[in-house]
Design a protein around this ligand. Structure first.
Ligand code: GLN
Length: 448
């Protein structure tokens, strides 16, 4: 009830939510009743959680912040949503995002702009902007975001909260509306490392409904997290501090590295080979997959449909032209181009080769190091409208986050200071595949 009131009080200004669960009070009372009777209410019994609006919910619309989805009502809950409900979580509502999760500022939402709770003239980051702002503004204890190239970590950094992008395959994508299937991962966002660890524990694990889900032995995140970090080997990628990074961000990360040394970790500079090619490879691979994934929105089976048309082709053309926003169309065009027969070898195939090389570079580093410490984004939260006119400038902001998705690795973003405008600065802790326990440990000890 307190969270509902907080949303009612603050969300006109912040704009985190696209839809509010009307039954929340009733559902909360039911949990209370159960508790009074001494019944088990689950690990998250009564905890209010917000869901990024690209995950399917049976009792609330799912829009992907797109006109194309046209108040789509899913006939099922995404696996992650079901797992939250099974553990007693209360779903507060659906959170704003960049249309189809394409972007880094939440300005690409068809419906509304979300503001950064630390400064309402600035973006919350994206694409999971609503997931980050809701947690930062006490409009949810926990939220779910999705991360294809940084969409959990960068908004967490801009809003000063914690977010983890798990290893590819550890959290089910069943019911997540796909952007780029080989890169997408769902993860939790919260105010503390412990909250995020609990959220991860609830949503992760094998799911037969997702063909890319792994069967793996899940560590006990909560007890692993509390272990000492003495002797933990941390790598600091030199190339990330050379150019394009804001001085205050750089200083904050280097200070964090010093703090880790004081805490008994061993910090050394490392080189991630081929890292400079990660950003172009990401935009080719993600757009290629998006162009294919978004082909299903034909306005026939579901989705927005134009009013007037005389042929089937016109129906497709007009509906898709009117239903998708500018950034989504840009990605579809880019992806279709990269996949077209004349250019496939030059772009898509090259990008896949780069992907392999980058994965190998990380594997090499993780033979010696436990965790990589890096910035999340080159800057802190920027002004609304500042990067709207130049998409490549916005794409450059993803330079430290996309390599992690390309390699399928887990990475956590958390606050490590503030700049001179009192805006949060985030640091990123990257682990080897299935190494969530170690990055949670490094994050938890930093927070103490
Ligand atoms: N900003 C990146 C992009 O626009 C990442 C998006 C994401 O992770 N969903 O593609």
């Amino acid at each position: 009830v307190a969270y509902k009131e907080q949303i009612e009080k603050t969300d006109k200004k912040i704009g985190s939510y696209l839809y509010l669960n009307e039954n929340i009070v009733k559902e909360a009372r039911e949990i209370d009743k159960k508790r009074l009777k001494g019944e088990d209410t689950g690990i998250l019994g009564g905890i209010p959680v917000g869901i990024k609006d690209n995950m399917c919910t049976i009792d609330m619309p799912t829009t992907c912040a797109s006109k194309m989805m046209d108040e789509y009502m899913s006939p099922f809950d995404a696996t992650v949503v079901k797992r939250l409900k099974d553990e007693g979580a209360l779903l507060l509502g659906k959170l704003n995002l960049d249309e189809f999760a394409m972007g880094g500022s939440t300005e690409n939402s068809y419906f509304q702009k979300t503001k950064n709770p630390h400064d309402l003239t600035r973006v919350p980051g994206g694409s999971s902007g609503g997931s980050a702002s809701s947690v930062a503004a006490h409009q949810a204890i926990l939220s779910l975001g999705s991360d294809t190239g940084g969409s959990i970590r960068q908004p967490a950094s801009f809003c000063g909260v914690v977010g983890i992008k798990p290893t590819y395959g550890t959290v089910s994508r069943n019911g997540l509306i796909a952007f780029a299937s080989s890169l997408d991962q769902i993860g939790p966002m919260g105010r503390t490392v412990e909250d995020v660890a609990i959220g991860l524990d609830v949503i992760s694990g094998y799911d037969s409904k997702d063909a890319t889900s792994f069967k793996f032995e899940k560590p006990d995140y909560l007890s692993e997290m509390k272990k000492d970090i003495k002797g933990l080997k941390i790598g600091l990628p030199r190339a990330f501090f050379e150019e394009g990074i804001n001085d205050e961000v750089k200083e904050a990360i280097l200070k964090a590295a010093k703090n880790y040394e004081k805490m008994g970790a061993i910090v050394e500079e490392v080189e991630i080979e081929n890292i400079k090619n990660a950003l172009p490879a990401y935009y080719i691979i993600s757009s290629a997959e998006a162009s294919s994934n978004l082909a299903r929105f034909d306005s026939v089976q579901y989705g927005y449909r134009t009013d007037e048309y005389s042929t089937l082709e016109e129906l497709y053309k007009k509906s898709r032209s009117e239903g998708f926003g500018k950034e989504v169309k840009r990605r579809i065009l880019l992806g279709t181009y990269a996949l077209s027969s004349g250019y496939y070898d030059a772009y898509y195939k090259k990008a896949l080769q780069i992907r392999r090389l980058i994965k190998d570079s990380y594997d090499k580093i993780f033979k010696t190091y436990d965790v990589i410490l890096s910035p999340v984004a080159p800057t802190t939260a920027y002004k609304i409208g500042e990067k709207k006119s130049d998409p490549t400038e916005a794409y450059m902001g993803d330079i430290y986050t996309v390599p992690v998705n390309i390699a399928g690795l887990p990475a956590l973003s958390m606050n490590c200071g503030f700049d001179s405008n009192s805006l949060p600065i985030g640091m990123q802790l990257i682990g080897k595949a299935f190494g969530e326990d170690k990055i949670l440990r490094a994050a938890y000890s930093y927070e103490q």
